[in-house]
Design a protein. Structure first.
Length: 286
């Protein structure tokens, strides 16, 4: 067990809160794990920092509750961050994103706690930021602190979520990530067997063609999702009760054409399924 760390799980009532916490408890004692619910997201970032500073552990790890960490992820993060700890602000790796269909940077943020004091001066500035953590990266970098990112897989993102949350996120992606439309064929293919992708397609299209390009209220979007699903109550998800075993996690990793070694370094043997479909459509490859 890792003792010199505070873990803050940032929740918005995701379906995987308990699963996320249980996986963390495989590596960290429960007294060092905190679950918070703060709105807007900038307040969750501030609360995370304040908890980390108050607890006074060497490391402060922020994990969003829609993340499923891979076995030994926290241990590997601490080991790797320790190597790069000179003037370190934050260490981060990669995730497998369900709806991107492959790996991307992101996931758990491991902060060197003593340097969070220097971020406090930006609290007022991040309150109106849509992406407060990215905003802080640039500010802290200018102040001489390091943001270290490595190609190591630490978590799965957006698996096993409520349909309301999938629709909401897809709606936002439709507004801010219009290039994701290139993945449409991949979503359609996956949607044959996985209803999550059908909800995602609906949310993305609604966001993409929305006249209002500002972010709508989260509760309004959740209510809209329930309206969409009211005639399909058989597909409504209840609380997540299944255990997420290492075998299940590794099977998801393998299904996205990703391999990892014992130190969680990503070893890609071939393009992801999403990219293979996209290339076949765009470039007429057989």
């Amino acid at each position: 067990m890792i003792n010199d760390i505070t873990v803050v799980i940032r929740s918005a009532n995701e379906r995987t809160i308990s699963a996320c916490k249980n996986l963390v408890l495989n590596e960290v004692n429960e007294e060092n794990v905190f679950i918070i619910e703060e709105k807007p997201f900038s307040e969750a970032v501030i609360k995370t920092f304040d908890i980390g500073l108050k607890q006074g552990k060497k490391w402060t790890l922020a994990i969003d509750a829609d993340l499923i960490i891979v076995p030994n992820a926290i241990t590997q993060m601490v080991n790797r961050a320790s190597i790069n700890s000179t003037n370190l602000y934050v260490y981060q790796g990669y995730i497998i994103d369900k709806f991107r269909g492959g790996t991307k940077s992101g996931g758990p943020h491991l902060y060197l706690t003593e340097n969070l004091k220097n971020a406090k001066k930006y609290y007022k500035e991040i309150k109106n930021e849509v992406r407060p953590e990215s905003f802080l990266y640039s500010k802290m970098k200018k102040d001489g602190f390091n943001f270290v990112e490595e190609s190591r897989l630490f978590a799965l993102h957006d698996f096993f979520q409520f349909y309301e949350d999938i629709y909401r996120k897809a709606f936002f992606h439709g507004i801010k990530h219009f290039k994701w439309s290139s993945l449409f064929v991949y979503w359609l293919e996956r949607g044959k067997l996985d209803y999550d992708f059908r909800i995602f397609i609906k949310g993305f299209i609604d966001g993409y063609y929305s006249d209002n390009k500002s972010y709508p209220d989260i509760d309004d979007l959740k209510a809209k999702t329930k309206e969409i699903l009211k005639n399909n109550l058989k597909v409504i998800k209840g609380e997540f009760s299944g255990s997420i075993t290492p075998e299940k996690i590794y099977n998801i990793v393998a299904s996205h054409d990703v391999s990892i070694n014992n130190e969680l370094m990503i070893i890609k043997k071939k393009p992801s399924f999403a990219n293979r479909i996209k290339n076949r459509i765009l470039f007429f490859k057989k």
